[in-house]
Design a protein around this ligand. Structure first.
Ligand code: ADP
Length: 304
């Protein structure tokens, strides 16, 4: 069965320390990474599009070319004069990574400002993905524009998928952060949180508490990721299912573990509705991804 998947968010320019003082340029961002892995594992009769905004400068052109080359559609990415993509730099010191960000003037902060454009993209799609990072970069009025469109999509039975992906440094006001994450979940039919984030920021004592909280917000399907342990699935009234993670001999780079899990999971789940099989598949892919460098691992390195 063919379909259309839309991922909404911010893709950034990534600069990574290379030899000496050189920097290597790439492009990544949670919602784009998820789209990349969904594209990798969906059949050709499914389309995968990215919804965002970039500038009209050279690096924006390069980003669009990069996205298009991965097979993810760029038709819904708006161009905004006098804006540029956000940028982050990965510093490596003694094997530890740290990040610096330049994203306050990022074009993607305006991604929901054209409500008509947003509506046509959402109406044309069957599955819509967004994250807490998508919400964190938007002005409150744009959050509302986006969420009201997603509530409409949920109401007509589309699969609206939310990864809370809580990044406290993106949110000045932590109460607003929690309220907005909860509003994002309420607009969704599926949430895919990481337990680590949920216990830290919502005080959940265990995975059952995370599941209970999202159920109360009216989310039908909940998948709680718990790193090396595994994921717990609650679909509808249950029962819960636990799918163990796949052991990894040598962890090289955990960037994109959650994003690759989400993309691989959705690619399988939308085809047959089998959540447990999709989670087992996604656990294999995420384990392979963290055995390699970078957010976007080429398919030939995943041995699946
Ligand atoms: P996030 O990257 O969003 O914080 P998690 O750390 O929970 O998400 O990881 C997402 C998925 O990646 C897990 O559900 C699991 O499948 C896989 N994963 C993460 N860490 C490990 C690990 N150490 N060993 C095996 N699989 C892992």
């Amino acid at each position: 069965m063919a379909g259309k998947l839309l991922s909404i968010g911010e893709c950034m320019v990534e600069l990574m320390q290379a030899e000496g003082d050189l920097l290597r340029k790439s492009f990544a961002g949670d919602s784009f990474n998820t789209a990349y892995y969904a594209r990798m594992f969906l059949p050709p009769d499914w389309s995968v599009d990215y919804f965002s905004a970039v500038g009209t400068d050279t690096v924006s052109e390069e980003m669009l070319d990069f996205i298009a080359k991965t097979g993810v559609g760029t038709d819904y990415i708006r161009r905004i004069e006098n804006r540029s993509p956000g940028l982050y730099m990965i510093h490596l010191k003694d094997g530890e990574r740290s990040f610096s960000y330049w994203r306050s003037q990022s074009a993607a902060k305006l991604l929901a400002d054209d409500a008509g454009h947003l509506r046509s993209a959402v109406e044309a799609s069957d599955v819509i993905i967004f994250s807490g990072i998508t919400l964190a970069i938007l002005a409150p009025s744009s959050v509302e524009t986006l969420l009201s469109e997603l509530r409409r999509a949920k109401a007509v039975g589309k699969l609206v998928v939310f990864d809370p992906n809580i990044r406290p440094r993106l949110w000045d006001d932590k109460t607003y952060m929690r309220t907005t994450i909860s509003a994002g979940a309420r607009a969704s039919s599926m949430v895919m949180p990481s337990f680590d984030d949920e216990t830290t920021h919502f005080g959940d004592t265990d995975i059952a508490a995370t599941i209970g909280r999202y159920r109360e917000l009216g989310v039908e399907n909940i998948i709680v990721k718990d790193g090396a342990k595994g994921v717990t699935l609650r679909f509808g009234e249950g029962p819960d299912a636990f799918i163990a993670s796949v052991p990894v001999d040598t962890i090289i780079d955990t960037t994109s573990a959650g994003d690759s899990f989400n993309g691989a999971f959705l690619a399988r789940y939308v085809q047959d509705g089998n959540g447990k099989a999709a989670a087992a598949f996604a656990a294999r892919i995420a384990a392979a991804v963290i055995g390699h460098h970078g957010a976007l691992v080429p398919v030939e390195n995943l041995n699946s």
